[in-house]
Write a protein that binds this ligand. Structure first.
Ligand SMILES: [Zn+2]
Ligand SMILES: [Zn+2]
Length: 359
């Protein structure tokens, strides 16, 4: 069994420790991927901070890309040496949700971890991936084969941030060309909701963020207008820019005031799509009579409701055509040894993604 380096969380709120760990060989239906890149997501940080609980010690990291280095029995569609993106979406393929086309809502519970530490004690494979490590062993449902035309660093972003943002627009909101959109938060997921809205043919795309700098970046990704969230009643400026209320408002941040106020941006019949991941226990309030009187709705969207085998290939194709920005989402490249510095940089709230690059 291979010995690999991994970044381990042994205590919530503490830096990760780089340790040599053991990775079990792939079992039936599993694939070993030697990672080339793994991006850092705010979800990794929320887990590290204990915001959502979970088992320790654990290996986080779930936005990964690499090369298939071993395959278990019964694996179809990928072979040794194939470049792949590795996602956290593990799906059984046969439960009612999977069979109904919603693998992100798979109802089957999965247990077990291929990881153990130097003393042989089990390590939790967080988010079914454990991507802050030189290699991962994952279920074949989590993997999509890539073309050679895309770099591993750019491909890693497709595993979470990009599919979550773009998928919220095309799969959760079913946006039609000509509709108007507000995106609250111009961070890693927000920028992808913005470019998803541009790809889907939105008329006006209004970015709302606390920072002028992020609003400027939002315009590069397709926002037609920007509104500072710190303005008094920012929905007024957003509605002025659109000439009406929004058909869809995407909340891509974790801050509760953004959820409380999101319906204010809507037109009659519009939808709030909740994409961000506030800490467990955080509560929001809304006015039910407004939903009934206006036909408005609020819906959650997990991982962009993607079907990875369907959605990742078309996103790669749009990237190759220059219609989906990926390279521009990367703000820094770091080694695994530098992971705590990379995480600290991500915590500063920079708009884009830091990527761990493996040698
Ligand atoms: Zn993520
Ligand atoms: Zn399932």
């Amino acid at each position: 069994m291979p010995q690999i380096k991994a970044a381990i969380c042994r205590e919530f709120g503490q830096p990760l420790t780089i340790e040599t760990v053991t990775l079990a060989a792939p079992k039936m239906g599993e694939i070993e991927v030697t990672l080339k890149a793994c991006a850092i997501c705010h979800s990794d940080i929320s887990y590290m901070d204990g915001a959502w609980g979970g088992t320790l010690p654990a290996v986080y990291g779930h936005e990964a890309a690499g090369v298939v280095s071993a395959v278990g029995e019964g694996v179809r569609g990928v072979a040794m040496g194939d470049p792949v993106v590795v996602t956290l979406i593990r799906a059984c393929g046969t439960c009612p949700s999977c069979a109904g086309g919603k693998p992100v809502a798979c109802e089957t519970g999965f247990e077990g971890s291929p990881l153990s530490d130097a003393d042989g004690a089990p390590l939790h494979q967080a988010m079914y991936t454990g991507g802050f490590a030189e290699r991962v062993v994952v279920d074949q449902s989590q993997v999509v084969k890539l073309s050679d035309a895309i770099s591993m660093e750019s491909a890693s972003l497709l595993a979470c941030g990009v599919i979550t943002g773009v998928g919220a627009v095309v799969n959760a909101a079913h946006l039609r060309a000509g509709q108007d959109v507000v995106v609250i938060g111009a961070g890693g997921v927000g920028l992808n909701a913005i470019q998803g809205a541009r790809i889907a043919g939105a008329r006006r795309i209004v970015a709302v963020d606390m920072s002028e700098e992020k609003l400027a970046i939002a315009r590069e990704f397709g926002a037609t207008d920007g509104v500072l969230a710190t303005d008094e009643k920012p929905w007024r400026a957003a509605k002025k820019a659109m000439g009406r209320g929004a058909d869809a408002v995407f909340v891509t941040v974790g801050a509760i005031p953004a959820y409380d106020k999101a319906p204010q941006y809507l037109t009659n019949g519009g939808r709030v799509i909740m994409v961000g991941m506030p800490h467990s226990g955080a509560m929001s309030t809304y006015e039910p009579v407004m939903l009934a009187a206006t036909g408005q709705g609020m819906v959650g969207s997990k991982m962009g409701d993607v079907v990875i085998a369907r959605d990742i290939p078309w996103m790669v194709d749009l990237y190759e055509q220059g219609r989906l920005k990926l390279d521009e989402l990367i703000s820094g490249r770091w080694s695994l040894e530098q992971i705590n510095e990379a995480i600290a940089d991500t915590r500063t709230g920079s708009a884009k993604r830091n990527v761990i690059v493996f040698g």
